[in-house]
Write a protein that binds this ligand. Structure first.
Ligand SMILES: [Zn+2]
Length: 182
C-alpha cells in the first residue's frame, strides 16, 4: 500500500491517493483514546507517507508508536526522523516523571483535607512503569483503571488526582505535535 500511495501521489492520481489516505487515517487515528495496546506495524512507513502533500494527520500517532516500541525498521529511517524520535522519547520519559508525583495526594507532605489520611493516598505504579516505559498515555489509562478505594483513596483525593491525570494526558497528546515539529 505504501508504494501505491507514493506512486499515486507522484502521478497525482487523486482517487488512489484518497483511498490510501483513508486507510491510513483509519489505522493511525489521531486520537489518544484510540491508542492500541500493541504499537501498529509499519509506523516507519506511515511517518514517511504522513509527510507527503495532502496527507491525512497520521504523523502524531505514527511517531508515538515508533517511540513506544514499533522499532522493527528503524535502521532504514531518515536521520532527521531518527533525531525527532529520540527527542520524542526523551520528552515521554520526562512526562513519566511528572506522572509519578501526580498519582499521589496531597502532592505536598500535608494531610488530606477530607479524611486527614494524606499518607495513605499513594498508588503503586511501579508495574505500570515497567510495562509502559515510553508510553505515558496508556500508562495513565492503566492508572485510571486501578481500584482507587482499594488503594486507600477517599473520594475527594480520587476525584482530584484523576482530574489531574486526565488533563496531563491531553497535555501530553497536544505537546507531541510540538515535539515532532508539526
Ligand atoms: Zn482523603
Amino acid at each position: 500500500m505504501a508504494l501505491i500511495y507514493k506512486a499515486a501521489n507522484f502521478w497525482r492520481m487523486d482517487r488512489y491517493e484518497t483511498f490510501c489516505a483513508s486507510i491510513l487515517s483509519r489505522l493511525y487515528v489521531d486520537d489518544y483514546t484510540q491508542i492500541t495496546e500493541q504499537p501498529l506495524d509499519h509506523a516507519r512507513i506511515a511517518v514517511e507517507l504522513g509527510k507527503l502533500p495532502k496527507s491525512t494527520p497520521i504523523l502524531r500517532r505514527a511517531f508515538y508508536d515508533l517511540a513506544r516500541g514499533a522499532g522493527d525498521l528503524l535502521g532504514t529511517m531518515a536521520s532527521g526522523d531518527l533525531i525527532i524520535l529520540l527527542k520524542l522519547q526523551k520528552k515521554l520519559i520526562y512526562a513519566w516523571n511528572n506522572l509519578s508525583t501526580s498519582s499521589s495526594y496531597p502532592r505536598s507532605s500535608g494531610k488530606c483535607n477530607d479524611c486527614g489520611h494524606g499518607g495513605r493516598h499513594r498508588l503503586n505504579i511501579t508495574n505500570i512503569r515497567k510495562k509502559y516505559p515510553f508510553d505515558p498515555l496508556l500508562a495513565i489509562q492503566a492508572i485510571l483503571n486501578k481500584d482507587w478505594p482499594e488503594a486507600g483513596f477517599c473520594q475527594t483525593a480520587e476525584t482530584e488526582v484523576k482530574e489531574k491525570l486526565n488533563s496531563q494526558r491531553s497535555e501530553i497528546w497536544n505537546s507531541i505535535n510540538v515535539w515532532i515539529g508539526l
